[in-house]
Design a binder for this molecule. Structure first.
Ligand SMILES: C[S@@+](CC[C@H](N)C(=O)[O-])C[C@H]1O[C@@H](n2cnc3c(N)ncnc32)[C@H](O)[C@@H]1O
Length: 259
């Protein structure tokens, strides 16, 4: 499958999911508040700040809404492939048009603009093949101002197939216990076939190789992890340190898919 075909499948899947997307989130993400809350906390802007933030794969704007609640003076750019997901984001932010810009675009191919104080993403980058993830980390780095932060709240692959199977079983048990309708669970599980999960350790290492510092995972529950880093600030009397010389990225060591 080409990257273009994979992107079309993802766009179609989320166009179809858009009408019920928000209503099912708390059931499908049992750690919803901690997960999204950690992504906001990891940005660390002071109260009253007015950061410019890019949200990659923003969907209906769930993360963006939390960012605006924490920093009401923030200016947000939301990018997503799916027009139907973005339509929900437009409705959500109808009263804040001056603070929120919504763009239908492919974050791997289209210009991202910038410089931003932060680049964030939730539950989106795991749809890219590993080479795409690494390319997007480089694009995020380039779109940040020196000192800016990148935070990804995403699904990651457990270190071994046994742990991946355990995580999936625990996750499905929690969703079933929430009383979700059978059809909604089946649709969510079908969508996981589009996932290309990579281990957390590999992704942290790719971020460091991209040039990020203070790379860390700030939250993890089963396959839900929040991690990221900071583009180095400009040194006194000098330029911002460039990215380290490219070195080959180690493979993710991915066991068979299905988590
Ligand atoms: C699971 S949704 C997450 C939406 C939102 N971030 C959230 O946390 O609810 C994944 C989103 O990523 C978007 N997406 C996937 N690949 C993309 C790409 N290459 N460019 C832009 N958006 C993409 C999909 O269209 C979808 O809306």
């Amino acid at each position: 499958m080409t990257d273009g075909e994979a992107g079309t499948r993802v766009r179609r899947a989320f166009d179809a999911a858009a009408p019920s997307y928000d209503g099912l989130r708390r059931q499908l993400i049992p750690c919803f508040d901690d997960f999204y809350g950690a992504a906001v906390d990891m940005l660390g802007f002071p109260d009253g700040a007015a950061p410019r933030i890019l949200d990659l794969g923003a969907g209906t704007g769930l993360l963006a809404e939390r960012l605006l609640a924490r920093w009401p003076r923030a200016r947000l750019v939301l990018v997503d492939l799916s027009p139907d997901m973005l339509e929900r984001a437009r409705e959500r932010f109808a009263g804040t048009v001056d603070r929120v810009e919504i763009r239908a675009a492919d974050y791997l191919r289209d210009p991202l603009g910038g410089p931003y104080d932060a680049v964030v993403s939730a539950l989106s980058i795991h749809h890219l093949p590993d080479a795409g993830k690494r390319a997007l980390f480089r694009r995020a780095w380039a779109a940040l101002r020196p000192g800016g932060r990148f935070v990804d709240a995403d699904n990651v692959l457990a270190p071994t197939p046994a742990l991946a199977a355990r995580d999936r079983a625990l996750w499905i048990a929690r969703i079933r216990a929430s009383g979700i309708a059978k059809g909604d669970l089946a649709a969510a599980l079908r969508r996981t076939r589009l996932d290309v999960l990579a281990p957390l350790d590999a992704q942290l290492s790719w971020l460091r190789r991209t040039g990020f510092v203070d790379v860390d995972c700030g939250y993890k529950w089963l396959h839900f992890a929040v991690f990221g880093g900071r583009r180095p600030a400009i040194r006194r009397g000098g330029a911002s340190p460039g990215r380290p010389a490219p070195r080959p990225h180690p493979p993710s060591g991915r066991p068979p898919a299905g988590a």
